[in-house]
Design a binder for this molecule. Structure first.
Ligand SMILES: C[S@@+](CC[C@H](N)C(=O)[O-])C[C@H]1O[C@@H](n2cnc3c(N)ncnc32)[C@H](O)[C@@H]1O
Length: 322
């Protein structure tokens, strides 16, 4: 069982003791042998990594840095091979006992765009929906957050976090193999909820926003980061097939349309804090993510247009509250 008692003790502290029974059943089902062809191989890698004795996360401006005697005792090539066994690494960067995991995304750039605009995280309880491998959970805990619950249905990312958690000794941070719609209904417990890079993957964006709102306590804050359609008009683009090579992008609203969606979900004090076109400095292939990336999704010589002829990926950060 993922996380054993620590997770349920923290959920108890959040007043979410009623989650224990449904979550135990869901976690058991999602992590059952055979749910993914590579799960056993990833679990063996996690078993072979040494456990930290205490917190081994070091301050670093950009990367999540983890080091300590348990890692220094390993041959660097063995440590690198184990970490490479968990590729592709999309979100990061991480620096593990001097080994730089240069991930597809410079996630620190997104963090820099949001961190000064949200209510400071000191002592707050966090839900990070679509959290990937938990890179931001480390940044949130370093910024003073109390308990961080991340959820993401992609098992590789759940395993990457399990590996990082074991070698780092980070406390009160979790990545659970769940979708937002799996969470038990009684969940209005979180001070800050993040949904970053998730809304455009939802067939029903209104339902996603309504579910996010239900997880917030009264007055709690939503940090939403999503792809938008640039421009001042009130419009939504629904890509017919692919968008920037992605098959599962359903809606790109303009800022005006997105604000209306948020109002319909009952959110207030809506602030657009950043709009940035994604660059190949932020998203690119690396040896830790050797597949195609942003460069192959844009028209050659035209960084403003995708290979499908649509506006190139532009992301907005919006902060609002319940
Ligand atoms: C583009 S990634 C964004 C990761 C991270 N939040 C970031 O901003 O870098 C989207 C993630 O959302 C996850 N996801 C998609 N639908 C979801 C849902 N309904 N509930 C929770 N996570 C979801 C995917 O597995 C994927 O890891």
């Amino acid at each position: 069982m993922l996380y054993k008692g620590a997770l349920f003790a923290d959920l108890n502290r959040l007043g979410l003791a009623s989650w224990q029974a449904p979550l135990e059943a869901l976690l058991k089902q999602r992590m059952a042998p055979g749910t993914h062809g590579h799960l056993e191989q990833w679990q063996k890698i996690i078993e072979r990594l040494p456990a930290a004795d205490g917190n081994c996360v070091r301050p670093h401006p950009r990367a999540v840095e983890i080091s300590g005697p348990h890692l220094a005792d390993m041959a660097p090539d063995d440590l690198q091979d184990l970490l490479m066994g968990l590729t592709p690494w999309r979100k990061g960067p991480f620096r593990i006992q001097g080994i730089d995991i240069d991930t597809e995304w410079r996630s620190d750039l997104k963090w820099d765009r949001i961190r000064n605009s949200m209510t400071p995280l000191d002592g707050r309880t966090i839900l990070d929906v679509g959290c990937g491998n938990g890179y931001y959970a480390y940044r949130m805990r370093a910024a003073g957050a109390g308990i961080v619950i991340g959820i993401d249905p992609t098992l590789l990312y759940v395993c990457q976090f399990a590996a990082l958690r074991k070698i780092s000794g980070i406390g009160s941070a979790y990545v659970l193999p769940l979708r937002l719609q799996d969470l038990p209904h009684s969940s209005a417990a979180f001070d800050t909820v993040f949904s970053m890079g998730v809304l455009y993957h939802q067939r029903d964006p209104h339902e996603h926003l309504a579910q996010l709102t239900r997880t917030l306590r009264d007055g709690g804050e939503l940090v939403l980061e999503t792809l938008i359609l640039p421009g001042d008009q009130h419009d939504t683009l629904q890509p017919e097939k692919r968008y920037a090579r992605m098959r599962n992008v359903w809606h790109l609203p303009t800022i005006s349309a997105l604000i209306e969606w948020l109002e319909l979900a009952g959110l207030q004090r809506i602030r657009v804090v950043d709009i940035t076109r994604t660059s190949s400095d932020e998203q690119r292939s690396t040896c830790w993510m050797p597949f195609e990336s942003l460069a192959e999704s844009l028209r050659p010589g035209d960084p403003e247009t995708t290979i499908e002829g649509l506006p190139a990926p532009t992301r907005a950060v919006i902060i609002c509250s319940r």
